[in-house]
Design a protein around this ligand. Structure first.
Ligand SMILES: *Cc1c(COP(=O)(O)O)cnc(C)c1O
Length: 516
């Protein structure tokens, strides 16, 4: 196999020598870290990892003259070549199984192996969603039991299980709000969103047909309650608010906020992505919210990153429950489980479907395994330890990093820092890239937008004090270089398979088709 095909270069051989640490190699490989081309650049079209039978004459006549005259331009790799290709690529990646993953708002926690074992049991993993109901009673039971836990932990009325991720859950909740308003003959136009919100919130509201208006944050990083009250009125469908919010702070006026929105005839959507910080301690239903998604892949430890899979069940208040999407699971008097579908009695005033089937079964089994293995007391310890770890990071670094809301007391979810105090020309990006050289995934950067050069760090409950101290030490060293104006920082990462990429061009002009 050709590890370094022509026309394709490892990006930074010169960078490797910058500090005198070793010369470029002729292969581009560095010790056991192997360079790897694209799958189209390696192998040969004559190779195939499987033996396919020669099609019979009958098969080709059934194509009605549409059979291909040229072979498809598929990559040709033998099985061992293919295994090596993907293994090499995977070694260039970072994972929670390798080390601390400080991304704020993402809750990158350990994925217990017990969850994986349960999710792979043939009785769950090998089902087809169209199987007869009497043959999938165990799976429906898992959905029902998980739903029960989610409703209990949040103190809400019911839950829609089918949304496939947080953003999909937001859409589900906002469509319930829209359906409820239309049912009472009062369609409204505006959705209010705090300026610190995750980008998915305004995107969801706009996608559901609402005009989005931002409510500013106060000096303490929480929503400006006076500005919110002043804006409420008969055109406002609702408020989408995150709690704990994206500045890592608990919105302590939540009950009064919900009362004010309700008094003005609107509904409150809570973005529950940060539920990890309050699970087992605060029930959002007690605060008066109407809908909230729960990212099972964050709070309840199912693996995520790199685009999925996710799962975003939405807990609903009694007012919104009738509009929830179909299908949903019910338990009959004889203890058996059934699916309520369109046209069934009990389908109520549902706004429709969010997904073809019942939701992400693999995520449901993992999340339920996690919940049952922790129990109610264990879940309360999860949130306690997660918040303690975030505060440890905040207090350990606030002497070298500007923490804009640290004066407001402990943080409730993640530690938030700004780039204030860096030497001129040094930015949050330099710090994030240098963390890669130190062996860590970067933290969340430039979010939330209300803080200049934001760095958002959420260690989660999984990290030991020793792991936190290592991370803090690495970050402290980098920040001291940024404050001192160490020019070499602009070159980071020096040791990654690729140096700084043009991320804007990659996003704006992606090359999605391979051509020679
Ligand atoms: C992760 C996140 C979302 C979106 O959730 P997905 O599952 O990625 O769609 C929304 N809001 C906040 C605050 C988040 O952290």
């Amino acid at each position: 196999m050709n590890a370094n095909p022509s026309g394709w270069r490892p990006s930074t051989p010169e960078a490797v020598t910058l500090d005198g640490e070793g010369a470029p190699t002729s292969t581009g490989n560095r010790a056991l870290m192997l360079e790897e081309g694209l799958i189209f650049e390696i192998g040969s079209l004559n190779n195939c990892g499987v033996d396919l039978p020669t099609p019979s004459a009958e098969t080709s006549t059934r194509l009605g003259g549409m059979s291909r005259s040229t072979p498809p331009a598929l990559p040709g790799l033998s099985e061992p070549e293919m295994v090596r290709h993907y293994t090499r690529l995977s070694r260039q990646n970072y994972a929670i199984d390798l080390g601390l993953f400080p991304l704020g708002s993402c809750t990158m926690k350990h994925n217990p192996r017990l969850n994986e074992k349960v999710a792979r049991m043939a009785g769950f993993a090998d089902l087809h969603p169209l199987q007869p109901m009497n043959s999938i009673q165990g799976a429906l039971g898992v959905i029902d039991e998980l739903a029960h836990w989610l409703v209990t932990l949040t103190g809400m009325h019911s839950v829609a299980m089918s949304p496939k991720a947080g953003a999909h859950g937001e859409l589900c909740g906002v469509l319930c709000i829209r359906a409820a308003l239309e049912a009472r003959g009062d369609p409204r136009e505006v959705m209010l969103v705090p300026s610190s919100a995750h980008g998915t919130n305004p995107a969801t509201a706009a996608f559901a047909g609402y005009k989005v208006e931002a409510i500013p944050a106060g000096d303490d990083g929480r929503i400006d309650f006076a500005a919110l009250k002043a804006r409420l009125g008969p055109d406002v469908a609702g408020l989408m608010i995150t709690n704990p919010n994206t500045c890592g702070l608990f919105e302590r006026d939540m009950i009064a906020i919900c009362e004010a929105v309700h008094a003005a005839g609107g509904y409150v959507y809570c973005d529950g992505a940060n539920f990890n910080a309050i699970v087992g301690r605060v029930r959002p239903g007690d605060l008066g919210i109407d809908a909230m998604h729960i990212n099972l892949h964050k709070t309840f430890s199912t693996p995520h990153g790199g685009g999925g899979p996710g799962s975003g069940p939405v807990v609903l208040s009694e007012a919104l429950a009738p509009y929830a999407p179909l299908p949903y699971v019910t338990k009959a008097a004889d203890g058996s489980f059934e699916l309520v579908e369109e046209g069934d009695e009990g389908a109520g005033e549902s706004f429709g479907r969010m997904a073809a089937f019942h939701g992400q079964m693999g995520m449901f089994t993992r999340a339920l395994a996690y919940i049952l293995s922790h129990g109610a007391d264990g879940l309360a310890q999860v949130s306690g330890d997660a918040v303690l770890n975030a505060n440890y990071v905040l207090r350990a670094l606030e002497d070298v990093m500007e923490a804009p809301f640290a004066h407001a007391g402990p943080c409730m979810h993640e530690a938030l820092f700004s780039d204030e105090g860096f030497a001129k020309g040094f930015s949050t990006l330099d710090v994030a890239k240098a963390l890669i050289d130190e062996g860590f995934h970067p933290m969340t950067v430039y979010f939330p937008l209300v803080v200049h050069g934001a760095m958002l760090i959420e260690p989660t409950e999984c990290e030991s004090k020793a792991a936190l101290d290592e991370f803090i030490g690495a970050l402290r060293g980098i920040v001291e270089r940024a404050r001192a104006g160490d020019e070499a920082l602009h070159l980071a990462p020096l040791y990654a398979p690729r140096a700084r990429l043009d991320e804007t061009a990659a996003a704006r002009k992606p090359k999605l088709v391979w051509s020679d």
